[in-house]
Design a protein around this ligand. Structure first.
Ligand code: HMG
Ligand code: MG
Length: 299
């Protein structure tokens, strides 16, 4: 069966814009966040409190959060890798944060400048202090299917590293197919392995990049396994600057089209989102890679 309702965790302003070749103006970012909320998205990952040299595109995190008018009922999570990031987020009254770990050693070093073990040590006080302050904490796990340097990633390794992040006290674990190589059978097997390790689908989210065109079908596999939180980016923009060949996330519009056809509720207005992605494509200077955006924009 399928869930009656799915929560879309919108990552466009963060995962999308972090990978833009140029720095997007602050006003455009603020307008994007406002338009996403107006379309009915209730979780909008807004920016990252990372080192500005590592991700210059999001160096305006403070200014952006000051600009964004919080809509009641909408959550605006931000990425925080370490205590420095958490302090910056707390100063701005953030209520939702996400740490981001790796299933593989190579990507941990490339993305976080340390080993998997050292990154868990870095996250432990972040999660503890975030919870003391009443924040909701999500954990991402990258390279859950394949790694551009290490190749296929063993399922046991993914489950082990995912559990370590949850054991820190995170409320949700988002399984990232950072380079988009996963296929539906692999998704099913991974979710079964998590369930066997005591982590049911209610604690998981899925985060697919569409590099190989598998994001939507992988999502369907995850929904059939009971997952109800799906990460997506408006217009399918995005990627990860530290992962070779990671292209855009699953497009929110592509996801909405499928869910509408399946009769699964989201509360998000597809037409309004398409209009936003068409506007954003104009700002970014290139067309949205989303098939649904392109099809509906012509109507
Ligand atoms: P590091 O160089 O090891 O940091 O970087 P450090 O702790 O040694 O500190 C060095 C300097 O950076 C110090 O300054 C710190 O204060 C400063 P100095 O004393 O030299 O003047 N610093 C900071 N400044 C501002 N904000 C901070 C911060 N932390 C330290 N938070 C670090 C370690 C984790 C900071 C770095 O590697 C980093 O910023 N990485 C972020 C990489 C990133 O954002 N990647 C993209 C997001 S992950 C992703 O996209 C995948 C995902 O979508 C899921 C999927 O698709 O798989 C989530
Ligand atoms: Mg990502």
């Amino acid at each position: 069966g399928l869930p009656e309702r799915v929560t879309i965790y919108e990552v466009g302003p963060r995962d999308g814009l972090q990978n833009e070749p140029s720095v997007v103006p602050l006003e455009v970012k603020a307008e994007l966040v406002a338009r996403l909320a107006a379309a009915g998205l209730t979780t909008i990952e807004t920016t990252s409190f990372v080192h500005p040299k590592w991700v210059p595109q999001l160096a305006d995190a403070e200014e952006l959060l000051k600009r964004v008018e919080r809509v009641p009922g909408v959550r605006y999570p931000v990425l925080v890798p370490n205590e420095r990031g958490l302090d910056r987020a707390l100063d701005l009254g953030v209520t939702d944060v996400a740490i981001f770990g790796s299933a593989t050693e190579t990507f941990a070093r490339r993305n976080l400048n340390r080993s998997v073990d050292a990154s868990i040590e870095m996250f432990a006080p972040v999660v503890a202090r975030a919870r003391e302050n009443g924040l909701a904490v999500r954990a991402y796990l990258s390279m859950c299917f394949g790694d551009p340097w290490e190749g296929p990633v063993p399922i046991e390794q993914v489950v082990r590293n995912g559990r370590r992040l949850l054991d820190l006290g995170c409320g949700q674990l988002s399984l990232g197919d950072t380079i988009g190589v996963g296929t539906p059978g692999h998704v099913t097997a991974l979710l079964e392995a998590f369930a066997q390790a005591g982590v049911g689908p209610e604690r998981l989210a899925v985060h697919f990049h569409d590099t190989y065109g598998q994001a939507l079908v992988n999502t369907l596999s995850a929904l059939r396994a009971g997952v109800t939180v799906v990460d997506a980016s408006a217009g399918g923009i995005g990627g990860c600057p530290y992962a070779r060949s990671a292209t855009g996330n699953l497009a929110t519009e592509d996801l909405l089209w499928m869910l509408a056809g399946l009769g699964v509720e989201t509360g998000v207005d597809l037409r309004s989102l398409v209009a936003t992605s068409v506007w954003l494509a104009g700002e970014l200077g290139r067309p949205s890679p989303s098939r649904v955006v392109r099809a509906l924009a012509k109507e």
